[in-house]
Design a binder for this molecule. Structure first.
Ligand SMILES: Nc1ncnc2c1ncn2[C@@H]1O[C@H](COP(=O)(O)OP(=O)(O)O)[C@@H](O)[C@H]1O
Ligand SMILES: [Mg+2]
Length: 279
């Protein structure tokens, strides 16, 4: 669904000499995939996201969305993109108009637009702000409005660049639940750029970008154990994972699907009553 083939990309440098960020970058995320992308600041995560949307074009190589190659400068209508800074993405002075904007451009009839705007505001828990001015809302509320606008477009691919960076803890959980729900409905391919490994755990697969190279792409459990082996710990892993790892080393067969404290508690309680584990 998302495919990058042999892409080369550089930003113009102050000295005029191009410094390549990506050289021969290759990536394939199948339809329906939900991938979390992490990596240090400046590793190229946002640039990759913008390349997938078509906001930036590689100087050689190709980006294909649903098998369709993007031409240089062509912005993909199949990709919904949420920037890390929502202010860059708000175009109207009233929330509902902002969400309707893309749909109006598609030529959708006004009554269908009104229904969809209300539905999407409901999804992000922002119905009460329908007639508010987006620029007077908090960063977190703006982030939700931008996401509602992107969801309204029903794009096949969602690229979310740190979509929770301005949200408080409760809203972050709400946003992650929403992403899981959207993914669970099927059909959508999601690339979620994040700084938090806790968030990455909610995706199916994990990708790590390092100085413009994909140094890992696969299940997060494997990344975690590789990092532990190498003792490199490039990511701040949640204490829960260290606890699970420690329990596994002591012979407790904790299944990979356990990724939250609640699930671990549930598993340990069940296995202690069924006598599968001993403390
Ligand atoms: N508009 C730009 N002009 C020049 N260099 C840029 C621009 N945007 C990003 N860069 C550089 O490209 C590299 C990758 O940036 P970015 O994709 O934003 O990384 P990340 O999102 O992983 O923090 C960084 O070294 C950054 O300084
Ligand atoms: Mg970034």
């Amino acid at each position: 669904m998302i495919e990058v083939r042999g892409a080369t990309f550089s930003y113009p440098s102050a000295k005029g000499e191009p410094k390549f960020l990506f050289e021969d970058l290759n990536l394939f995320i199948p339809r329906g995939g939900h991938v979390a992308l992490m990596g240090p600041n400046g590793s190229g995560k946002s640039t990759l996201g913008k390349m997938i949307k078509g906001l930036l074009s590689p100087s050689s190589g190709q980006v294909l969305i649903a098998g369709h190659p993007l031409k240089t400068g062509e912005i993909s209508p199949r990709v919904g993109y949420v920037f890390s800074n929502p202010e860059n993405q708000i175009v109207s002075s009233v929330v509902e108009e902002d969400i309707a904007f893309g749909l109006e451009n598609m030529g959708m009839d006004p009554s269908t637009i009104a229904i969809r705007v209300r539905e999407c505001l409901g999804l992000v828990d922002m119905e009460d702000y329908r007639f508010h001015a987006p620029h007077l809302l908090s960063g977190g509320q703006q982030q939700k409005i931008v996401l509602a606008g992107v969801l309204a477009m029903e794009s096949e691919v969602l690229v979310l660049d740190e979509p929770t960076s301005m949200l408080d803890l409760q809203d972050r959980r709400g946003m992650l639940d929403l992403l899981e729900k959207i993914h669970g409905e099927g059909g959508r391919t999601i690339l979620h750029i994040t700084h938090y490994f806790e968030e990455a755990l909610r995706a199916q697969e994990f990708m790590y970008l390092d100085q413009g190279r994909i140094s890992y792409y696969g299940p997060w459990e494997k990344f975690f154990s590789l990092e532990l082996e190498r003792d490199s710990l490039r990511v701040a892993f949640p204490p829960l994972l260290h606890l699970i790892q420690g329990l596994r080393e002591r012979g407790h067969l904790i299944p990979p699907k356990v990724r939250s404290l609640e699930e671990l508690k549930e598993f340990l309680l069940q296995s202690s009553t069924s006598g599968c584990t001993s403390f």
